[in-house]
Design a binder for this molecule. Structure first.
Ligand code: PLP
Length: 422
């Protein structure tokens, strides 16, 4: 008898949800929470940068190089000094690149495949197989670069402290075809996790069968705090030096989500030995990156403290969006045991896990109601989430009004799909 009542209640519940969903569907909405892009208010914060250089300004570097002309392969000294503070490395340990750190990562992999890295016994592509560790959920574009170069991607689970280090250590100890690993160590994409000191130390110290193993340390969100208590990430280059593995890490960063994505300044850092090796290879690729943009950034911010103050203004714009999403998730989903989600202190994403086997259908239903989300599975190698449960939410780009509607529809889809499965 009780069982029958439960069935009737469940049917009623499903019908109510379906009715609500159909109402949204008929509104022909078009809401996009798929990619982590700044909104236009955030971009407005950097407009002063466009006037940071005037035609009658002195347009030469401290070393007297005319920034309007060719030259300076690894970046102007002013940019090296400024951005070495952001990546916490020495000025001789940084290379200033073009407009995209992803581009620098791609090229670093391409060079490693074709020519090897400093100390490689052979170019990576000469080996029958190259494998890369992919802490997951992770950044889809990292995994895509590895796939593009025919690497085999190995999933390593993320924990609240970073990648599962027992697994990482076990894998790299015995397999010389594992040449590297992707990491987003601070406010990770999408989990918002900052690696613990212990994880950083273990990465620096671990024994790798491949003598030319490299950690691709994408510190994209290093200054992107959402609270007044920034999380602290241990300096991996120093940890690698202390562990006797100074050449193990390539660090990347950019101002894409500080100033203008696509028109920012990207950078790469590593040991001086690595940097010297890379510069020789880079010389075949370019005469030098955009020095005018480098100088524009330095003259606009002037000090690193000003950049940090600028990031507080960014946070003031996006924090209410994160709060809204988290409040609605809490209100709609918290008492049902059908989802768990991250509460990030920085970065650009909220990572949500549905019940196993529900993520694809949720994303599909949301799309049919006009809400575009990052594809389910995108946060795992080969686009395949083995438990089909992770969904990356990107709250920064839509307006608060759009976001509210989008997340309400999303929650409705989670409830509907879960109720059908349960
Ligand atoms: N790295 C991470 C972890 C990102 O999330 C993103 C963009 O979303 C990027 C890199 C892209 O950086 P860039 O614009 O410097 O190429």
């Amino acid at each position: 008898m009780i069982y029958r009542e439960e069935v009737v209640l469940k049917e009623q519940y499903l019908e109510e949800l379906q009715e609500e969903y159909n109402k949204y569907k008929s509104q022909n909405l078009k809401l996009d929470m798929s990619r982590g892009k700044p909104c236009s208010d955030q971009l407005d914060l950097s407009m002063g940068m466009l006037d940071a250089l005037k035609s009658d300004d002195d347009l030469s570097t401290a070393k007297g190089v005319d920034i309007r002309n060719y030259g300076v392969l690894d970046g102007i000294p002013e940019a090296k000094e400024f951005f070495s503070q952001m990546l916490e490395v020495g000025e001789e340990e940084i290379i200033i690149g073009g407009n995209s750190s992803l581009n620098m990562m791609h090229d670093a992999i391409a060079r490693a495949m074709l020519h090897g890295v400093h100390g490689s016994p052979t170019p990576w592509s000469k080996l029958p197989k190259v494998k890369f560790l992919c802490p997951s959920p992770g950044y889809d574009r990292h995994f895509a670069i590895s796939e593009f170069f025919n690497m085999e991607l190995i999933t390593v689970e993320m924990t609240p402290d970073g990648p599962d280090m027992d697994e990482v250590e076990k894998l790299v100890r015995d397999d010389e075809t594992i040449k590297g690993m992707w990491c987003v160590p601070k406010y990770s994409n999408p989990d918002g996790v900052t690696y613990s000191d212990e994880v950083v130390d273990r990465l620096a110290e671990m024994t790798t069968k491949a003598e030319d193993f490299r950690i691709f340390w994408d510190n994209a969100y290093t200054v992107h705090h959402l609270t007044d208590e920034p999380e602290q990430l241990k300096n991996i280059l120093e940890a690698c030096k202390a562990a006797g593995n100074p050449n193990r890490v390539f660090i990347f960063g950019s101002t894409s989500k500080i100033t203008f994505p696509g028109s920012g300044v990207a950078m790469m850092a590593a040991s001086k030995e690595n940097v010297d090796f890379i510069k020789k290879q880079l010389a075949f690729q370019t005469i030098g990156s955009d020095k005018i943009n480098q100088m524009r950034h330095v003259r606009y911010f002037k000090t690193f403290e000003n950049l940090e103050a600028h990031m507080k203004k960014q946070a003031a714009i996006i924090k209410p969006k994160f709060d809204m999403v988290l409040n609605i998730l809490e209100r709609e989903l918290s008492d049902r045991n059908i989802a768990t989600w991250s509460k990030p202190k920085g970065g650009y994403f909220i990572s949500l896990n549905t019940l196993d086997g529900c993520a694809k259908e949720v994303v599909q239903m949301a799309a049919e109601a006009g809400v575009t989300l990052t594809g389910a599975g995108a946060t795992y190698p080969y686009g395949k989430d083995p438990r089909d449960r992770n969904i990356r939410l990107a709250p920064t780009f839509p307006s608060l009004e759009e976001l509210e509607k989008a997340i309400e529809i999303f929650c409705l889809c989670v409830k509907l799909v879960s109720a059908k499965k349960q």
